[in-house]
Design a protein around this ligand. Structure first.
Ligand SMILES: NC(=O)c1ccc[n+]([C@@H]2O[C@H](COP(=O)([O-])OP(=O)(O)OC[C@H]3O[C@@H](n4cnc5c(N)ncnc54)[C@H](OP(=O)(O)O)[C@@H]3O)[C@@H](O)[C@H]2O)c1
Length: 328
């Protein structure tokens, strides 16, 4: 395994494995036995960066979620896991009632929610301190100062280590960080966005993002990260849920543009040259890039995880990397 640092402050920064493990479907679509086996193998291979959320996976049974955090809590207890494993969770997108969703009825980012939701996450995970807590989605009904102060209090009290943010417009991230800096409070240091070799169109409206997705790592986000080396990018859904290699996982409509076949063609060439699978080439491209990226991949079997772990040791040449970067 290889590691990189997230965060900057001595008390809260962590060394995490360059491949993070997504636990989104653990305890719901992925049964407990399989989930534990995947978690055990990940840790055995040196992995120490696991991702969940307080709302995972509410859509699988029309509940409010919590399956994934609760499963991780049971796994931690049964294996005697302590501080050595970094578990990141998120709040803000839990539906307020069963049968609703994060678009129509999200818990949001008020001070009250930040405090109460983080306490519930700590209980489900069975931890005193959440290593990394993200604001999962924007809440434009709340003054950003209120959210910044609420997160800052949790860090000051020791209930949270690092702060992160996901699916926010870049200007909202910058504003929140500026407010935190001006108030002498900790700001978001880990940015979790969807990022992969294929890039989606950014102008396709959805229920959550009527102006086009704020969840994908755009050129603007990448330029922000280059300018702010203290920030880290965690890339969610790097495998496009399996679409690089599986016909049963078609690409979403926002990938229907001329850049997609061009990039896929180069990806296939490089997979052939290296003898690695396309998923592994994508993960290696992210891990070894000039801009540090921690891919956050899910796995619903140990075999899938093994394949993904092998990407950590796959080194692409400068020429292969340049061809992947240039294809569009
Ligand atoms: N911040 C956010 O808003 C957000 C949004 C989405 C996800 N996430 C996080 O990102 C994590 C990963 O996201 P994701 O599960 O959507 O996407 P992903 O990592 O791109 O895809 C994972 C899925 O791809 C398939 N897969 C994995 N490895 C494979 C392999 N080697 N060969 C073939 N298929 C393989 C599996 O599908 P099957 O299970 O169907 O076999 C697996 O469940 C989540 O667990 C969550 O922690 C965050």
């Amino acid at each position: 395994m290889k590691y990189r640092t997230i965060g900057t402050e001595p008390g809260t920064r962590r060394e995490v494995s360059v491949l993070a493990l997504g636990a989104m479907l653990f305890g719901s679509r992925t049964d407990e036995r399989t989930s534990f086996a995947v978690l055990d193998r990940y840790v055995e291979a040196g992995g120490n960066f696991i991702d969940t959320s307080d709302n995972y996976a509410f859509w699988t049974d029309d509940s409010q979620g919590g399956h994934s955090e609760a499963l991780l809590g049971r796994w931690r207890r049964s294996r005697g896991i302590g501080d050595e494993i970094v578990i990141a969770t998120k709040l803000g997108a839990r539906p307020l009632a069963p049968g609703t969703g994060y678009v129509d009825n999200p818990e949001g980012l008020s001070a009250k929610t930040v405090r109460e939701a983080s306490e519930r996450s700590r209980e489900r995970l069975g931890v005193e301190r959440i290593d990394l807590l993200y604001a999962h989605i924007e809440d434009r009904t709340v003054d950003p100062r209120e959210t910044v102060e609420a997160f800052g209090e949790l860090v000051a009290e020791g209930g949270v280590g690092l702060l992160g943010v996901s699916n926010h417009a870049v200007w909202r991230v910058e504003r929140a960080r500026a407010l935190a800096a001006a108030a002498g409070l900790p700001g978001y240091e880990v940015l979790q966005y969807h990022h992969s070799l294929l890039r989606p169109r950014s102008d396709v409206p959805s229920d959550l993002f009527p102006e086009g997705s704020l969840g994908a790592a755009t050129g603007e986000l990448l330029s922000y990260l280059r300018a702010e080396p203290a920030l880290s990018l965690v890339a969610y859904s790097p495998l496009l849920t399996g679409a690089y290699v599986r016909d049963d996982k078609p690409l979403p409509p926002d990938y229907d543009h001329p850049g997609t076949p061009a990039r896929l063609a180069v990806l296939r060439e490089i997979a052939e040259e290296t003898g690695a699978g396309p998923n592994q080439v994508v993960l290696a491209w992210q891990i070894g890039g000039e801009l540090p990226v921690v891919p956050l991949a899910g796995a619903s079997s140990v075999a899938q995880l093994e394949e993904n772990l092998a990407a950590v040791d796959l080194e692409l040449t400068a020429d292969q990397r340049a061809r992947l970067d240039a294809a569009h």
